[in-house]
Structure formats: C-alpha cells, structure tokens
Design a binder for this molecule. Structure first.
Ligand code: AMP
Ligand code: ZN
Ligand code: FE
Ligand code: FE
Length: 278
C-alpha cells in the first residue's frame, strides 16, 4: 500500500479561508492526500457540510478547530482534533466567541478611524458572510479601499499587536481553551509555535493539559522544525502538521505543502482513546 499523508491545518469560508468546504475537499482529493482536518477559527460549521462530500470522494476528514486565546499580550492559537462537535459546552463557547469577534470588528474600526482610516464594519462583516470574522477580513477591506497595497501590509501597518487597529482575538487564557477542547473530547495541540516566540510557554501549557505541538507548519523553516521536534520529544508531546491553507487569502501555503505521515493521525487517535471523556 502506498504511504498515506495528512494535512491537518486547513481553513474554509467558515472562517478566513476563501474556499467553500466542497471546494476544499475536492482540492485535497486532487492533491492525492488521504486525510484532512478542517481547522476553522472558533467555528466547526464546515465539518457537517464537508463530511458527506469527503465520504463520497474517499477522503478521510478529521474533525478540527483552531481556537484563539491570549496571554501576556501574546496571541495563542490552539488546535483541537477529534472533538465531539455536538457537545453543548463547546458550541456555547463558540457562540460567545463569535459574538465577541463581531464586537471586536467594531472596536477595530473605531481605532482605525482615529488614525484617519475610514472603512465600515458592515463591509467587513459582509465579507466574512456566514463564517467567523477575523483580521484577514479587515485586511482585505483595507486593501480594497487602497489603504494598503497588500494584505500583509495591513498587518504590519495596522492589525498586528502594538499597531493602531489591533484588538486581541480572545479574552480567554490558553489554559481555559485547553480545558474546553478536552471537555469536548478533543486533543489540544499548540498551533504554529513560531508565532509564540516564547518556548517557555510551551512547558506551561503542557502542565495545563496540552497534548501536542504543531511541529510541521508552512511558517516553520527546516531548522525550526528540528527545534520543535526536539521540544516535542523532550516534553512527550504528540506532533502534528499542516499547511494552514487559506485559499487565495494567504499566499505561499497551498494544500499539501505541509503534509505529515499517517502515523501522526494514529497518534492523535491513540491519545484520545486513552485520555478523552467522550
Ligand atoms: P484573528 O483570528 O482574527 O486574530 O486572525 C488571525 C489570522 O490572521 C491568522 O490565521 C492568519 O490567517 C492571519 N494573519 C495573522 N498575522 C498575519 C500577518 N502578519 N500577515 C498576514 N496574515 C496574518
Ligand atoms: Zn486564519
Ligand atoms: Fe493560527
Ligand atoms: Fe490557521
């Protein structure tokens, strides 16, 4: 049998990706990757839509999510895999978090107005449509109105921590989010540790119940992959990986550009079987 590969970090139109769940599953199918996880920001609505399409095409779909937390002014993203997405405690958290993200857009627009940037919250929210709204939707609106010449510039000029339009994506600590994922029967994994820039926090999260580290990611050059492999081995963490594909909202990270051996998927399942409550 040929070796199977998984891309465990993918976004759809239910957050800040530009592919619908159907387009994404079809794309994964075309690349020949056997297993995919949809990991939308603070949203699981794409999964029920993608499931029958994946089944029809013979693609294995892993339930996933990417949840926002913050600590010491650092934005932390936690991936959750294999949760019971019908668990009421999880969906209650997501509903609150999605509302907070709408309020956050209004706050960001207010702060941008103070530096002479005039875009409307309505336009940003309309762009997000039925999905979770986030900074990339603000960035695309800034681009459309000529305030920046690329979405990356919107982040460096306006939307990153310390810049005039920045508002934190979550008021919850990583410890709390790890707990929500575990209560939903999921496997909590720290996403793209490169953006954390503070390895000491990884150990702290492990003491709070973190199970895995996203060692393989489109933002990790080879030397950093090695660095995080060593950290994961030392702390006995599961390893995961994925492209963090966002469709045409993010350049340089096509589906399957980061793929992991199927053994890592089996590792997630084994951890769930021995740790999870549901
Ligand atoms: P949010 O969840 O609203 O805070 O937005 C987070 C998303 O913004 C990430 O998943 C990326 O897609 C995108 N993002 C964050 N920082 C940057 C950056 N410097 N350049 C481009 N996109 C970014
Ligand atoms: Zn994103
Ligand atoms: Fe992320
Ligand atoms: Fe992501």
């Amino acid at each position: 049998m040929t070796e199977r590969f998984a891309d465990l970090h993918l976004h759809t139109t239910f957050s800040d990706g530009t592919d619908t769940p159907r387009q994404l599953v079809e794309l994964v199918h075309q690349t020949g990757i056997s297993t995919m996880a949809i990991t939308d920001h603070d949203n699981t609505d794409a999964i029920a839509i993608a499931e029958p399409i994946a089944k029809q095409l013979g693609v294995e779909l892993i339930r996933g999510i990417e949840m926002s937390a913050s600590i010491e002014d650092i934005e932390v993203h936690l991936l959750g895999f294999l949760m019971d997405i019908s668990y009421a405690g999880l969906q209650a958290h997501l509903a609150t978090q999605q509302q907070r993200r709408v309020q956050r857009v209004h706050q960001m627009i207010k702060q941008l107005q103070q530096v002479g940037v005039n875009i409307s919250a309505e336009e940003v929210l309309q762009l997000a449509g039925e999905g979770t709204v986030g900074r990339p939707h603000v960035a695309r609106t800034l681009l459309k109105h000529g305030y920046v010449s690329a979405t990356a510039e919107a982040f460096t000029k306006y939307l990153s921590p310390g810049k005039p339009g920045f508002v934190s994506g979550s008021q919850h600590t990583p410890e709390y989010i790890i707990k929500v994922i575990r209560e939903a029967g999921g496997v909590p994994v720290l996403a793209h540790p490169v953006y954390l820039r503070k390895d000491a926090l990884i150990e702290q999260f492990v003491s709070q119940g973190l199970a895995g580290l996203e060692v393989y990611h489109s933002g990790h050059p080879p030397d950093l992959v090695q660095h995080y492999e060593r950290i994961a081995d030392r702390l006995r963490l599961l390893k995961t990986g994925g492209s963090d594909y966002h469709g045409n909202a993010k350049e340089g990270a096509p589906v399957g550009s980061v793929k992991v051996s199927y053994q890592l998927v089996e590792g997630l399942r084994a951890w769930k079987a021995s740790h999870a409550s549901r």
